[in-house]
Write a protein that binds this ligand. Structure first.
Ligand code: SAM
Ligand code: SF4
Length: 384
């Protein structure tokens, strides 16, 4: 049998918290980075207007909404060379109307912030109109995470549609190194996008994934440059997710070493975050100018799962309670089968009830006996 189906394997469906749950045994290719679906029991309809919370009591205030699984770059830690080979078909993607309906339902249950992501969100046609629709659905705090390659033309319309700010991914200020990390990205386009964002008065943060052999020596320069354009720089620890898991572990740089590399910036040593909803980043202020901060997103060396207040929705309508897991509940069929809001809320609560307490990054599939599969999570399919 194994000889007949060399590329196929049966994967045990993920454990669920509900003994009544029916689960699907998916047949997936051994290389698949797609979600592993759970089927929601029919009796989870919920009439409660209580905020949405997971099993650990973490209330969901923040939705990361992936609007496409496509991208115009292929960063070495995120996307396979040549891009994903399992893109969603057009009819598999949620329509703007479907997305807006979900946002409206979530907003009625405590959601306060939406971040558009991807793949690259700016490659989805009419993304400006989607921003406007999300605002109209009751969310004022709408942000985007983008590689900015197409931002030069879109920054101003996005601002007019109600976008508050952008997190721009930029891993180097050296054009050659930038092209190498992004497999062909043009730094000049990204810088033009950033300039347009400034002119449009979008709030600006930069995201840099730190890799020892690539850009560790550039962190201080990146932070100073970000400050010079009134952006808040943030440094992200390389996560062993998808392509990131294929890079040598020696590339990973923990929180302590990042701070050492930024020594010349003279940062405070304790957390500056007085923010009510700071998300996963820890911020340190400059001793010389407290208005200037540097963010650290260090999921591996400084796990922040206990304060995770977010849920992820893929472009295909899958709720992904945790980035580190392929476990997902699809809302698309519910939406297309004419389900009422109560059924959607019930499915969301059910999905969240099974969210784990932590990410298990320390465990690899080679030594795991169960459902640890972060190495097969497609980052660009979820949106970070
Ligand atoms: N294309 C957009 C961008 O690059 O900003 C949005 C999607 S991207 C998947 C979202 C974020 O995930 C980016 O900031 C990217 O640097 C980060 N990311 C992707 N793979 C990662 C990994 N293995 N470890 C840490 N961060 C990663
Ligand atoms: Fe594309 Fe963003 Fe992934 Fe880079 S990090 S490949 S820009 S989705």
């Amino acid at each position: 049998m194994a000889g007949l189906l060399p590329s196929l394997w049966y994967r045990r469906a993920v454990q669920t918290t509900s003994p009544r749950a029916r689960v699907r045994l998916p047949l997936v290719t051994s290389e698949s980075r797609r979600a592993v679906h759970e089927l929601v029991p029919a009796d989870v309809v919920q009439r409660s207007s209580e905020p949405l919370a997971d099993a650990e009591g973490r209330v969901v205030r923040y939705l990361r909404l992936s609007v496409t699984d496509r991208c115009d770059m292929a960063c070495t830690y995120c996307m396979p060379a040549g891009g994903e080979d399992e893109h969603g078909l057009r009819e598999e993607l949620l329509t703007f109307e479907e997305i807006t309906r979900l946002v409206r339902v979530l907003a009625a249950h405590g959601l306060r912030r939406v971040r558009l992501t991807g793949g690259e969100p700016l490659v989805r046609r009419d993304v400006v109109a989607l921003v406007q629709k999300i605002r109209d659905a009751g969310i004022e705090d709408v942000w985007m995470t983008t590689n900015a390659s197409r931002l030069a033309a879109l920054a101003s319309p996005l601002r007019e549609a109600g976008l508050v700010g952008v997190n721009v991914s930029i891993d180097s200020l050296d054009p050659d190194r930038f092209a190498k990390i992004t497999r062909g990205g043009r730094l000049a386009s990204v810088l033009a996008g950033i300039e347009a964002a400034r002119e449009a008065s979008l709030a600006l943060r930069t995201n840099t994934v730190v890799m020892r052999s690539e850009n560790l020596g550039e962190l201080a320069a990146l932070a100073r440059w970000a400050w010079s354009i009134d952006a808040t720089p943030r440094f992200i620890e390389l996560m062993p997710i998808g392509e990131g898991a294929r890079l040598p572990s020696s590339e990973r740089v923990g929180a302590g070493e990042m701070r050492e590399a930024l020594g010349s910036l003279e940062l405070e040593t304790s957390d500056a975050a007085a923010d009510t909803d700071r998300g996963p980043a820890r911020y340190l202020r400059s001793k010389r100018d407290p208005q200037r901060r540097v963010g650290f997103i260090t999921a591996v060396s400084d796990e922040f799962c206990a304060s995770c207040n977010r849920v992820r929705l893929t472009s295909q309508g899958e709720v992904r309670p945790c980035l580190a897991s392929r476990r997902a509940v699809s809302l698309r069929e519910l939406l297309r089968d004419g389900a009422g809001d109560d059924a959607i809320v019930g499915a969301l609560r059910w999905a969240l009830a099974g969210k784990g307490a932590g990410h298990d990054f320390a465990i690899t599939p080679r030594d795991a006996s169960s459902d640890v599969d972060h190495e097969r999570v497609g980052m660009s399919l979820i949106g970070g």
